[in-house]
Ligand binder design. Structure first.
Ligand SMILES: Cc1cc2nc3c(=O)[nH]c(=O)nc-3n(C[C@H](O)[C@H](O)[C@H](O)COP(=O)(O)OP(=O)(O)OC[C@H]3O[C@@H](n4cnc5c(N)ncnc54)[C@H](O)[C@@H]3O)c2cc1C
Length: 310
């Protein structure tokens, strides 16, 4: 039999759990469906040094604490995956992987995004130990070290520029002979003495030591003749884009060309009244735990107002 929630939160990253805390403390009895990755993206990293109040916390530990807090204030947490959503009916109708049906008066979408990875043989092993998809998050750990950035768009160029603040040298690896990033960004990058370009090159693997795990170099292949060479670096930043988890809502909510959910400015309200979107699923600019949590708070407060006033 289908169950009903006044506030149904999809996703268990910082946005989802924060929305849950606020909705539970507003006595709205929220239900949170965790999805395939309970705890979200921070569960695949190691040290987090930019979460307020914690000098250093391991990503998975932080998410265990957020889950405990959401439960403590009264959130019902469900281990399941939402497989279908119908936003054309009131209440909204949802189906899950376990077969449990749900109806909801309001929905908070906090399904996040996933960084695109290269799929290198040793990439997963070194994720969080020198392989990263977030310079803002991890740049600080590479003070005085050499790093490589992979990509050719604005994100790669911005990540590389940001990393020049910390690293002694930043190698930008790009498959082609020119960047896709806009010209002003490119000019700034190319004139930075810390940046070395590697044109027509792709990373084919990453190497390092085991105990403790630590990146020590990458293999580069020339895209024109296939010849390979080693580049010693302490970090590898992969900046080839993110994919928002929004396929469930395709055709039902307004999204941008990359599939990020569009919301009203200064709000988490989507194009369907009563449906709110928070965190990386609607934000391709900041992509931080603290901003995702902030949007989760906004979404719960907006859901509360919607339930009170329609
Ligand atoms: C390696 C790495 C290191 C990082 N380090 C930092 C850092 O140091 N500091 C920082 O501030 N940020 C860091 N970030 C970024 C940060 O993790 C994200 O900005 C943040 O997690 C976004 O939170 P979110 O709640 O929007 O979504 P996410 O954390 O992406 O969570 C999405 C949630 O949605 C769920 N979900 C998806 N689809 C469904 C579905 N169909 N049904 C139910 N649930 C679903 C998933 O299971 C998951 O729980 C890092 C990211 C990565 C990848």
């Amino acid at each position: 039999m289908s169950r009903h929630a006044k506030v149904l939160i999809i996703g268990s990253g910082p946005a989802g759990y924060t929305a849950a805390v606020y909705a539970a403390r507003a006595l709205l009895d929220p239900v949170l469906i965790q999805g395939l990755q309970p705890g979200g993206q921070l569960t695949i990293t190691t040290e987090v040094e930019n979460w307020p109040g914690e000098t250093m916390v391991m990503g998975p530990d932080l998410m265990v604490k957020m889950e405990a807090q959401a439960r403590h204030v009264g959130t019902e947490i469900i281990t399941d995956i939402v497989t279908k959503v119908d936003l054309s009916q009131r209440p909204f109708v949802l189906e899950t992987d376990s077969g449990q049906g749900w109806t909801a008066d309001t929905i908070v979408i906090a399904t996040g995004a996933q960084a695109r990875w290269l799929g290198l043989p040793n990439e997963t092993k070194f994720r969080g130990f020198g392989v990263s998809a977030c310079a803002t998050c991890d740049g600080f750990f590479f003070r005085g070290k050499e790093v490589a950035v992979v990509g050719g768009g604005n994100t790669a160029v911005e990540e590389a520029m940001f990393l020049t603040k910390f690293a002694s040298k930043v190698h930008l690896i790009h498959r082609r002979g020119e960047l896709r990033a806009d010209k002003t960004n490119q000019a700034r990058l190319l004139e930075n003495p810390k940046v070395q370009m590697h044109w027509h090159a792709e990373v084919t693997d990453v190497q390092g030591q085991d105990a403790p795990l630590k990146v020590q170099g990458i293999t580069l292949a020339d895209t024109r003749d296939g010849s390979t060479r080693q580049l010693p670096v302490d970090g590898l930043f992969i900046a080839i884009g993110h994919v928002p988890a929004t396929s469930l809502f395709a055709g039902q909510l307004n999204m941008d060309e990359e599939g990020y959910i569009l919301t009203v400015p200064d709000s988490t309200a989507t194009s369907v009244a009563g449906v709110f979107a928070a965190g990386d699923v609607k934000d391709k600019l900041y992509r931080q735990a603290v901003t995702a949590a902030g949007m989760g708070c906004m979404a719960a407060l907006e859901a509360e107002r919607f339930l009170a006033h329609g």
